[in-house]
Write a protein that binds this ligand. Structure first.
Ligand SMILES: *Cc1c(COP(=O)(O)O)cnc(C)c1O
Length: 435
């Protein structure tokens, strides 16, 4: 059909590329990993969106996680419309900020206080400053393949050894700025222990994605998580959970509640949230114990601020979203839907003889064109990239939109029906047969 018609996505992309670097406002949207033209979204409803050509897609990105209720949920929409009528932004406090803070704390008991900000990057960067301010230490540990937003100190790849610190992964980040950031392999207990032996007393924090969604979907193993917690406690470093993606997405109590079931009494010190807590609006947060949070300005010496922080329209959207996902039965049904997708895809791949492994939790999933689930970034990167690109475009041509890169997780919403899942699995079966 498109051969006789102008591709309006291409027209828009050409126009965008003249005024916006790469034609996009966030790099992965550009389809550079998979090739082809990004779809320009015209509108979205429920589990679907429509592109500039009017083509309909089943959406498994959901704005990279926030749209857990699907697009245009009527309850959320009404809350946003009402809030907008009362004013967009005041630069003065509102009651709804308290309500959202209370709702977050109710479900994530490791946090006694929370500060609202506008993006996950901002939240992660502020949490890092807080950890350094509260401990009086400079060094930090992060793990290869985990993304914590694009703050300078966190755009780092591993150095040549444990004694050396990281190298910037972006131009414009001076080496001096990352000289305190140590990058370790995810799920490597021995390396973690060695790093603590060398640097433990100078460490402000260990920052981790508990289920890493920025290298597709890789769980921190229970022994690894346990050892991170023990070492942080022993050496007085803070354990920072970056749950921007997993928060209110893998469970109502977030990933930390999943680990608390496996490791009795388990809690992180600081939690970073974003994505779902804004329900699609720019909103993020970080929180922890009262004594640590009170180190923040205006009560403490760690400076942190934001003109649009706790924005009244964004908080209305987030609050309505969190209240909907706290309703009885929500998580059972979302998890069942996600499982059914993952099982369907696995069965289809097996039938076609395509190496495949997949995992999921709550409304988040990941799959690899590998026979076994990888445990770290190096293993994730052995996934077959040309094959993934074929799968991506095969699905896209059949009206199924998954992340345009093999190192990204996927998301199922409450609006996805069993029929959507069945259609997706049928499309995947056709593509697998051609791989
Ligand atoms: C998305 C994400 C971020 C960054 O959030 P932005 O809102 O894009 O700045 C940070 N950490 C994790 C784990 C994320 O998934």
């Amino acid at each position: 059909m498109l051969t006789t018609m102008t591709d309006l996505n291409q027209t828009l992309f050409n126009r965008a590329a003249r005024v916006i670097p790469g034609g996009v406002n966030s790099p992965v949207r550009a389809f550079r990993a998979v090739g082809g033209t990004p779809r320009f979204v015209q509108r979205a409803q429920g589990a679907y969106f429509w592109d500039a050509n009017g083509q309909k897609y089943i959406d498994y990105i959901g704005s990279w996680g926030p749209m857990i209720l699907g697009h245009g949920n009527p309850v959320v929409l009404e809350a946003v419309q009402k809030a907008a009528l009362d004013g967009f932004s005041f630069g003065a406090p509102t009651e709804r900020e308290i309500e959202l803070a209370e709702e977050i704390l109710k479900h994530v008991p490791s946090m006694e206080m929370v500060r609202l900000v506008s993006s996950g990057t901002e939240a992660g960067m502020s949490a890092l400053r807080l950890a350094r301010g509260a401990t009086g230490r400079s060094k930090i540990i992060k793990f290869e393949g985990c993304y914590h937003g694009h703050a300078d100190a966190l755009l780092v790849k591993a150095g040549s050894g444990l004694a050396t610190f990281g190298n910037p992964t972006s131009a414009g980040v001076p080496p001096e700025v990352v000289q305190h950031t140590l990058v370790l392999e995810y799920n490597n207990v021995a390396q973690l222990e060695e790093a603590f032996q060398l640097h433990g007393k100078e460490l402000a924090c260990v920052m981790i994605e508990p289920i890493a969604g920025n290298m597709n979907f890789v769980r921190a193993s229970v022994p690894f998580m346990k050892r991170c917690r023990e070492l942080c406690t022993e050496y007085g470093a803070l354990f920072v959970f970056d749950e921007v993606m997993t928060g209110f997405r893998v469970a109502l109590g977030s990933a930390q509640s999943v680990y608390a079931q496996l490791i009795p009494g388990f809690q992180p010190d600081i939690t970073v949230l974003g994505k779902v807590i804004g329900g699609g609006m720019p909103l993020a947060a970080f929180g922890g114990p009262r004594a640590i949070m009170q180190q923040l300005a205006p009560t403490g010496p760690v400076y942190q601020a934001g003109t649009l922080s706790g924005n009244p329209v964004a908080t209305a959207c987030g609050l309505a979203t969190l209240k909907e996902i706290a309703k009885p039965g929500f998580w059972d049904s979302l998890s069942a839907r996600t499982h059914s997708l993952v099982h369907g895809l696995s069965a289809a791949a097996a039938k076609a003889g395509v190496p495949f492994s997949a995992d999921c939790q709550g409304g988040m999933f990941g799959f690899f064109l590998l026979p076994e689930l990888p445990q770290n970034y190096a293993k994730v990167m052995t996934s077959d990239s040309p094959k993934f690109n074929k799968l991506f475009h095969g699905l896209l041509d059949r009206g199924v939109y998954i992340a345009p890169a093999l190192y990204e997780a996927g998301f199922v919403s409450a609006a996805h029906t069993e029929a959507d899942i069945a259609q997706t699995v049928a499309a995947a079966a056709e593509v697998f047969a051609q791989l």
